[in-house]
Design a protein around this ligand. Structure first.
Ligand SMILES: [Zn+2]
Length: 447
């Protein structure tokens, strides 16, 4: 009963690590859009982009033309992997049958750039032989997707080492879809990677409750950066524009970096998409009992109003503070079980009940930020099973938070507004243009 309705795992709140300088400089050299990559993703933590070449995005706009790879015609390539138990030396000696003295020369030549005995296992090695003599004349160790160590013989048969840094190009892609079941299925089947789907949902987490408010035939579009190495998608970048049409309602969010270098999402008028309160204290859940003035209580077996919203979720699902505030209650309070109550402003308070345990550092009089984990779903106090009982108060009176509209937080200041609107309209044009261009090329083939 308490199984979460979400088909995907909870996203870790893991720290994001920066991109290496090499990538950044390569990106800079490519002269492409520089978002705040340092913040937004890492090389190692993001899942590999799914290979969905068969179901391409609606359109892709190459910002930097790609050069064709070099293919030397007089060389034969052999591929090796540095094995679990074999060193580079053994691979060269036993698998590639290179004489020991030649290997010593290769190792000596490489040391100025990279110690070959430290090359990790599973590193790919490309070995090139002269077609006529079968002599090995070039070695290429793929140290990372972006970095290759090359050893090449010159005319005097000396081994010359070189480090090749692959050029990273950034392109913008448009993806679009129509909801049949939920955003997740729609976005993933359009070819978007899971992390980007999460980001998409997070962008609108103040305005749209993707668990409850969306309907079949809702539509969405995104303009997103993707990075390529040698024409292959390498990793996903920032969402530049996100759009969602929910019935007659239209939501749009454009990425913009403010003068302090902090990026955020704003609507076309420069109003932040962030609100004072998140739409839900749980990321994925279903509502098992709504706010009701009158309800038969299953344990007390009497008619008693239900002055909150119950969210069914598996035990230990993280519970988020819906807004910034100061903690008024943190601990066990009789039939409420372990609970947290937060004062957000003079006007608003929220409470989170039947928790399994409190979140890290959650204590009375402490300060919490929006989205911070205040506790975990449980069944402490008077509860029939694990669920979150969530209460919302206005002027100390219980209110139904569902469907309530709250003012949004910040807007772009008047000085920057013109610049912002230009950025936003430009991004919107790129979203529209790639969409239209794609339709056009589909209909009228280029001669
Ligand atoms: Zn309840």
């Amino acid at each position: 009963m308490s199984e979460s309705s979400a088909p995907h795992p909870q996203r870790g709140s893991g720290k994001r690590r920066g991109l290496s300088l090499a990538v950044l400089s390569a990106t800079l050299a490519a002269g492409v859009l520089i978002g705040s990559y340092l913040k937004s993703f890492s090389l190692t933590e993001r899942p590999q982009p799914p290979s969905r070449e068969t179901s391409p995005p609606v359109a892709e706009v190459p910002l930097v033309p790609l050069s064709p790879p070099e293919v030397p015609s007089d060389l034969i390539e052999e591929e090796y992997t540095i094995g679990q138990n074999s060193s580079v030396y053994h691979t060269l000696l036993l698998a590639a049958k290179i004489p020991n003295e030649e290997i010593q020369k290769i190792i000596a030549a490489a040391t100025t750039l990279s110690a070959l005995h430290k090359i990790p296992r599973n590193t790919k090695l490309s070995l090139y032989r002269n077609v006529n003599t079968s002599q090995v004349v070039k070695l290429a160790f793929k140290l990372s997707p972006l970095k290759i160590l090359i050893l090449q013989q010159n005319a005097a048969h000396e081994w010359i080492p070189a480090l090749e840094n692959k050029e990273v190009t950034t392109r913008e892609s448009v993806f679009a879809g129509t909801i049949t079941e939920n955003l997740w299925n729609s976005a993933v089947s359009a070819g978007i990677d899971p992390q980007t789907v999460y980001t998409f949902a997070d962008i609108f987490s103040w305005q749209i409750d993707f668990d409850r408010e969306i309907r079949p035939s809702d539509t969405w579009r995104i303009l997103v950066e993707r990075q390529y190495v040698e024409q292959k998608p390498f990793q996903w970048g920032n969402i530049l524009v996100a759009e969602y049409r929910k019935g007659d309602e239209y939501f749009v969010a454009v990425r913009y970096k403010d003068e302090n270098g902090i990026s955020g999402y704003y609507d076309m008028n420069g109003v932040s998409v962030k609100g004072a309160f998140l739409k839900s204290p749980l990321r994925y859940s279903r509502i098992s009992s709504r706010f009701q003035k009158r309800r038969f209580h299953p344990l007390l077996r009497i008619n008693r109003p239900h002055l909150g919203v119950d969210y069914a979720a598996v035990r230990n699902t993280p519970v988020r503070a819906v807004g910034d505030g100061r903690i008024e209650v943190a601990g066990r309070v009789s039939s409420n079980g372990i609970m947290v109550k937060i004062r957000h402003s003079e006007l608003y308070q929220t409470a989170y009940k039947h928790l399994q345990r409190l979140g890290k550092g959650i204590k009375k009089n402490g300060v919490v930020e929006q989205g911070q984990i205040v506790g975990y779903v449980g069944s402490t106090g008077m509860a029939t099973g694990p669920h979150l009982h969530f209460e919302f108060y206005e002027n100390g009176v219980y209110k139904d938070p569902l469907g309530k509209r709250f003012p949004r937080e910040k807007s772009i200041g008047p000085k920057k507004l013109t610049q912002y609107k230009e950025t936003a309209e430009n991004a919107m044009q790129r979203l529209n243009a790639s969409y239209v261009n794609n339709l056009r090329t589909d209909v009228v083939p280029q001669s």
